[in-house]
Design a protein around this ligand. Structure first.
Ligand SMILES: [Zn+2]
Length: 190
């Protein structure tokens, strides 16, 4: 692709929007941008299957799709790190990643979860709790967690500005970078 070409005219992009291509790797039809998620914080050594909250009996060690507690002293929530797509109006890719919270902030988030009205909370300090492939180590980066209202996961911002992941957040991803990320996680569109 020539640098002056409009990314929105890129055939890979048009195919992804149409959902017309079966993923050569996972066999699903992906329509539109989809997030890449991490099932659990890096530190979780238990079963990566998400329990339903109603089935959790040991609140000192559990993993659901939104919460994780380890040894009753490490508290994590699932967040979204949004990376805009360069040259794609409104286009945004998300990493589904985990951040630690203090026990007090975790408790606020946990207890208000079903209200879907959490936009007034935060930003809260957290530690980035996943290693993202393709970047210098992202574990333990300091971050800010901003809960949202409307049944939407909290947004995460890195405090550091010169880490390549923070640069990608500010400058956005090219389509090549987006499709590299997808390929690295087993989604190929050729
Ligand atoms: Zn796929």
């Amino acid at each position: 692709m020539e640098p002056n070409d409009n990314p929105e005219d890129d055939p890979r992009w048009i195919n992804l929007l149409r959902g017309g291509t079966v993923c050569a790797s996972c066999g699903q039809v992906h329509q539109g941008i989809f997030d890449i998620g991490y099932a659990a914080p890096y530190y979780w050594e238990g079963d990566p299957t998400h329990a339903k909250l109603k089935d959790v009996h040991d609140f000192n060690n559990f993993l659901t799709s939104d919460f994780c507690v380890i040894n009753g002293e490490h508290f994590f929530i699932r967040c979204i790190l949004e990376l805009p797509l360069r040259g794609i109006a409104g286009g945004c890719f998300g990493y589904g990643v985990w951040a630690s919270l203090s026990k007090a902030n975790f408790k606020i988030y946990f207890e208000s979860f079903s209200s879907n009205e959490q936009g007034g909370f935060g930003p809260w300090f957290g530690w980035f709790s996943n290693r993202i492939d393709g970047y210098p180590d992202t574990l333990k980066l300091q971050c800010q967690v901003k809960p949202q209202s409307g049944n939407t996961r909290p947004l995460i911002e890195l405090d550091i500005v010169d880490h390549p992941l923070a640069v990608a957040k500010h400058q956005g991803l090219t389509l090549d970078e987006l499709f590299e990320i997808y390929a690295s996680r087993g989604h190929a569109f050729d």
